[in-house]
Design a protein around this ligand. Sequence first.
Ligand SMILES: NC(=O)c1ccc[n+]([C@@H]2O[C@H](COP(=O)([O-])OP(=O)(O)OC[C@H]3O[C@@H](n4cnc5c(N)ncnc54)[C@H](O)[C@@H]3O)[C@@H](O)[C@H]2O)c1
Length: 242
Amino acid sequence: MKKLSIAIIGYGKMGKEIEKFAINKGHTIACTIDSDTDWNEKRDLLKKADIAIEFSIPQVAVENIKKCFDLNLAIVTGTTGWHNHLAEISNICKEKNQTIFYASNYSIGVNILFEMNKKLASIMKNFDDYNPEIKEIHHIHKLDAPSGTAISLANGIIENNPKYKSWKLAEEISTNEEISINALREGNIFGIHEVTYFSEIDFLKISHSANSRIGFVKGALMAAEWVYDKKGIYTMQDLLNF
Ligand SMILES: NC(=O)c1ccc[n+]([C@@H]2O[C@H](COP(=O)([O-])OP(=O)(O)OC[C@H]3O[C@@H](n4cnc5c(N)ncnc54)[C@H](O)[C@@H]3O)[C@@H](O)[C@H]2O)c1
């Protein structure tokens, strides 16, 4: 495996864990970028990196991705809360022949849950007595709600059950064509996601609970090692090929 020179963009909880894990695997850190000032001062270091791994904040993610494209730097991004700009970013990526790998959740376990969720949704479309609800719980510092992972789960149901057209936060639900997402913020929870189908006589549930951030870190690094020499737009589905 090629040892990569990695630019870490967003040097918060995830960025710091990625730095530790990458160094343990023999990669080097070209630079860390945690502010607009860093972007201005560390441009030359960025240009020398093989790939950027970006975990920042929703408000700057789109700009960060565009800056990487302009530097001809492949980017693996895990920031959530910007995927409504996905069409725009995909167009720019194709136009400029750049590379982006994005995922609302890099944990292998959650990606297995995504597959189970789609399969379950296609089974449940034949059983009208059951209604799905999604619940996600995260630490109190998480900025976006619902989580990108909960939105991916909702989209997995919408794609496989024509009864559902969209999702809404639980408190805003207005029609039975919407999937309810209950987003809770508690303590230091790394991420719990549940999809439950309720009927009058029983319920059935699939869920994932992260014990630490390491699952996200491992998945993001796996993505970087896999994508650094490719061109185009990739997700965990391409990497894991279930
Ligand atoms: N996809 C996944 O698997 C996954 C897993 C965990 C977290 N996340 C997401 O990753 C993001 C980061 O999470 P975190 O827990 O590390 O957050 P965090 O708040 O600890 O870190 C975010 C960092 O971004 C920095 N930042 C602000 N402006 C910046 C800029 N212009 N350029 C570069 N950096 C800038 C902040 O200073 C901060 O250090 C969030 O959106 C979170 O939801 C995704």
